[in-house]
Design a protein around this ligand. Structure first.
Ligand SMILES: Nc1ncnc2c1ncn2[C@@H]1O[C@H](COP(=O)(O)OP(=O)(O)OP(=O)(O)O)[C@@H](O)[C@H]1O
Ligand SMILES: [Mg+2]
Length: 466
């Protein structure tokens, strides 16, 4: 236990050195910070388990420091000390999450016994079967939440591939975090100071995608009123994220393959080519193997793209992460919306851990946002969940509709069924009406009309034209 790392935050160098010398002597690794702000920066990259902090410090004081620390590293043991104690301050420190408060001057052995007690408490709290997340993955985890085995392997893979320029193909169901992973690879790569340019190949009409990717010269086609550089050039020395690559049409697949092979491109209508240095990350939620077998996706392009394949697991295959995702999203939405929905009761959590999550993390995130908006404060219980999350299928669903009720009306039943499918599609696409319309195979304008007419609402789809 003595080999643990302890960070001391104190603006008074003498106290810091004195305490540090004692703790080093006891066998601890010791880090020092001159105030709360410095300590927060140092904690990011450290493996510290215990933090000692003075209360009166410039920039970020001890109380503020502990509060912020609780949001990023809630498991840390924090011990605060000050010469200017009063009961209100002590109460505030403990409320903010300090493990113990010591009044100065204190005996060093007394401090040591509180450190040991804190660490024992921490060990009890730590879930023994959870793999311990290495501190270097914590920054990644700020965005990509997960501590399950498959996520730890994913973090390791991201870290490894980030350093190379190899093309990556990310596959996984909708909402599993493909874009998040692509961004994480870029952010950890030597290209991070240059652009990360995402292009959604499914959202751009086929006839415009070529010019979007490679640019065009003025007058090369009707509407090309000015020369424009494409995403490839914008991503020069950076990363180009080709999302929904499975939707790219055959003629463009050939052109893309040529650019990948030659590392040079020809803008639409240009007479000469340009060199580009771009790292490609592609993603799709379609089964590319199958598209290749069906000859809808070029085999040679598939191999060129999938130098490093990354498959993201659906949420139902990493259920251990559901409680962590729930608490992280609760915290995030409470913070964003200044609401106080502090927790979810055990029955509700259990139901959500059982559910299959066809829309994966996006569906869970949207549900949590909706619950925080509706509840505003208190505890989320089973009653707050829509029926399907409680394992209850609604009588509105087609298979359960009975024809015997005297109030049965085919038009209403069909409309009800349609509404459910519309809401499901919006849920799946995180409220994106264009993408939802595509799933439903109807025009976006038709979808918007139905939503308006039937007064259907979906959080995240609040702007009528989005
Ligand atoms: N592991 C995760 N931790 C936190 N948030 C996540 C995670 N995975 C996905 N999300 C969130 O879920 C939403 C969907 O993620 P993302 O857009 O990366 O999914 P996708 O796999 O690209 O989906 P699609 O195929 O539909 O484009 C985003 O809001 C993202 O922030
Ligand atoms: Mg995506």
């Amino acid at each position: 236990m003595e080999h643990a790392t302890i960070l001391i935050a104190d603006d008074d160098r003498k106290t810091r050195d004195f305490v540090a010398a004692f703790l080093s002597h006891k066998g601890y690794q010791v880090l020092q910070a001159v105030d709360g702000q410095d300590a927060l920066a140092k904690i990011e990259s450290s493996d510290a388990q215990v933090v000692l902090t003075d209360v009166m410090m410039p920039r970020v004081n001890g109380l503020e420091f502990i509060k912020r620390l609780k949001t990023v590293r809630p498991e840390l043991v924090t011990i605060a000390y000050s010469a200017f104690a009063n009961s209100e301050m002590t109460a505030n420190l403990l409320k903010a999450g300090a493990f113990f408060y010591l009044e100065k001057p204190f005996q060093l052995e007394e401090l040591n016994s509180h450190i040991r007690r804190g660490m024992e408490h921490q060990a009890l709290q730590r879930n023994s079967f959870k793999p311990k997340l290495k501190p270097k993955y914590r920054a990644m985890m700020q965005e990509i939440i997960g501590e399950s085995e498959s996520m730890i392997s994913l973090f390791q893979l991201i870290e490894k591939v980030a350093g190379s320029d190899a093309t990556v193909l990310i596959q996984g169901e909708s909402g599993t975090g493909k874009e998040l992973v692509a961004k994480a690879i870029h952010d950890l790569s030597p290209r991070r100071t240059k652009n990360f340019i995402p292009v959604n190949c499914a959202a751009i009409p086929d006839e415009l995608l070529e010019s979007e990717l490679f640019g065009h010269v003025k007058g090369s086609f009707t509407g090309a009123i000015a020369t424009r550089i494409g995403s490839f050039e914008m991503a020069d020395k950076g990363t180009l994220f080709l999302d929904e690559i499975g939707d790219m049409k055959a003629n463009l697949q050939v052109k893309l393959l040529r650019v990948l092979q030659n590392k040079e491109l020809e803008p639409v209508g240009a007479s000469h080519s340009k060199k580009v240095d771009v790292r490609i990350i592609a993603a799709t939620n379609q089964n590319l193997d199958q598209l290749v077998a069906l000859r809808e996706f070029r085999e040679d392009l598939y191999y060129r793209l999938s130098v490093i394949p990354i498959i993201l697991p659906p949420l139902r295959d990493r259920r251990d992460d559901i409680p962590l995702l729930i608490s992280s999203f609760l915290e995030k939405f409470n913070r964003n919306k200044l609401h106080k929905v502090r927790e979810m009761d055990a029955d509700c959590m259990e139901a959500l851990c059982r559910y299959d999550w066809p829309g994966n993390v996006r569906e869970l995130k949207n549900l949590l946002e909706r619950l925080v908006i509706i509840k505003e404060s208190g505890t989320i219980t089973l009653q707050d969940l829509p029926d399907k999350y409680r394992g209850i299928t609604s009588p509105g669903q087609a298979e359960n509709v009975t024809l015997t009720g005297k109030d049965f009306c085919l038009t209403n039943a069909v409309e009800e069924f349609e509404n459910r499918l519309i809401l499901q599609a919006l849920e799946k696409t995180g409220g994106n009406k264009k993408a939802a319309a595509k799933i439903l195979n109807i025009k976006r304008t038709t979808l918007i009309e139905k939503l308006k007419k039937r007064k259907l609402t979906y959080p995240g789809a609040s702007t009528p034209n989005s």
